[in-house]
Structure formats: structure tokens, C-alpha cells
Write a protein that binds this ligand. Sequence first.
Ligand code: ATP
Length: 243
Amino acid sequence: MSETNTIQIQEVTKSFGKKVVLKDINFDIKEGCIYGFIGPSGAGKTTLVKMIVGMDIPDKGFIYLLGKKMPNLNILQQIGYMAQSDALYMALTGKENLMFFASLFKLDKTEKQKRIAYAADLVNLTADLNKRVSAYSGGMKRRLSLAIALIQNPKVLILDEPTVGIDPELRLSIWTELLRLKNEEEKTIIVTTHVMDEAEKCDYIAMVRDGSFIATGTPRQLKDQYEVNSLEEVFLDAGRKVQ
Ligand SMILES: Nc1ncnc2c1ncn2[C@@H]1O[C@H](COP(=O)(O)OP(=O)(O)OP(=O)(O)O)[C@@H](O)[C@H]1O
């Protein structure tokens, strides 16, 4: 693992109307590590990842990704983003969706074909690639969205609840692949999740509640610090302390 910061979040605050959704967040994300943003619905996870990707702008503070202040269109090729709701072309087939998104990036023809085959295989969609997306189940659409996030071989992967609606077997194989991408290709990965056993697989965790990071560290550090055996207990204890 390198010590380079791929993402720096500095004093980020964001409100919608009168509601402060993120309060003065400071956090560094190191290259080649998996980070989990864990927290209940409405905690502010999606708002934060959207600002990291550059789809929204902080009211106060800054986000730097690969040394560039976000938002920055020039580094979109380096960011694979999987949103919480699927943004797919329903009338097109899975393959056509992958081809469309691949065409947004600078990839030569052979590379494009290779990436499409790799991404489809990873999410177990190869056999269904010629079906229209309108005929896909919810889980298949999530899997296609994940394949799209990987299509241009980005350095940074930002995945908003990537395994919701995905069966346990495929969930496991997706995690195996995320760990491989980290270990062998030094990808930096952010995952938001409600699932504590997924949090255990992350190198670092930020527990988010009411717009603040209430606890951060490795899973081991957090359990030791709170003297408990599970991340669920850490989350509950950390939540009680800030009340
Ligand atoms: N565009 C918006 N306009 C107004 N309020 C918003 C907007 N986007 C998010 N919010 C509010 O900001 C808060 C944080 O939402 P966010 O989607 O970031 O939470 P989350 O932690 O990702 O939750 P979930 O796990 O349900 O996705 C919520 O109260 C939400 O209603």
C-alpha cells in the first residue's frame, strides 16, 4: 500500500435549504486502499460521494482527486462511478449500454472489446448481454451499472451501495474482485454500504451519522478503541457518544 493521498476532503460542508447535510468533513483517502462509508439512510454518504465524483459542489471546503480540485472534467476517465439508482438505456441491450459508455472514453477498438468482455464477465452478465435492459431484473441492472463503472479501467472506483439487490454468491465474487483490483492493480475504492460484513472487508472505515464522521479507522482499530467485537457495536457506541 502506498502513502499517496488519492483523495483529500478538506473542511467540506454542504446544505440543502436549511438542512446541513455534511458538517466540516476532513478526510484523506490513500492510494490502493478500500474505504467504506458506513451509515444509516440519510446520513450524507451519497451527498459526499457525489461531491468526490464532481457531480455536486461543496458550500464550503475543497475536494482534491488525484491532485486536481473537483469538479474537474479532465479526470473523468480516472473515475468509475456507480450511482445508487441505475442510469441505463432501457431500450438498448446490456452490450449496447456497455458499448455506449465505453465510447465516452479514449479506448481503442481492441481495448474496448476486451473491457466489455471483462466487465460483463465480472458481474456474470455475459449470457444476458444481448437482452434489452428493460427485460433485466433489478439485480441485473445493478450488475450492469457496476460493469459500466469499470469499463474504462479507472484508477478510482466510487461505488454507492454496489451490492444492494445482488445475491450472496455474486456479492462475494464482486468483493473478491474489488480486493483483487486493490491488491493487484492498486485501485483506490470507496464503497458506501449499510452491510457490516462488507465494512469488515474495507481497509478503512468512516462511520457517518447526521452529516459527520463519528468514527474512522481500520476495522481492527475501531473494535479495539470501542472494546467491542463487531463493527455494529462500534457504530452503536459511537452514535451514543455523539448524542
Ligand atoms: N438534492 C437534494 N435536495 C434536498 N435534500 C437532499 C438532496 N440530496 C440529499 N438530500 C438530503 O440530504 C440528506 C442526506 O442524503 P444522502 O442521500 O446523502 O444520504 P445517504 O447517507 O446516502 O442515505 P442512503 O443510504 O439512504 O442513500 C437527506 O436528508 C436527504 O434528504
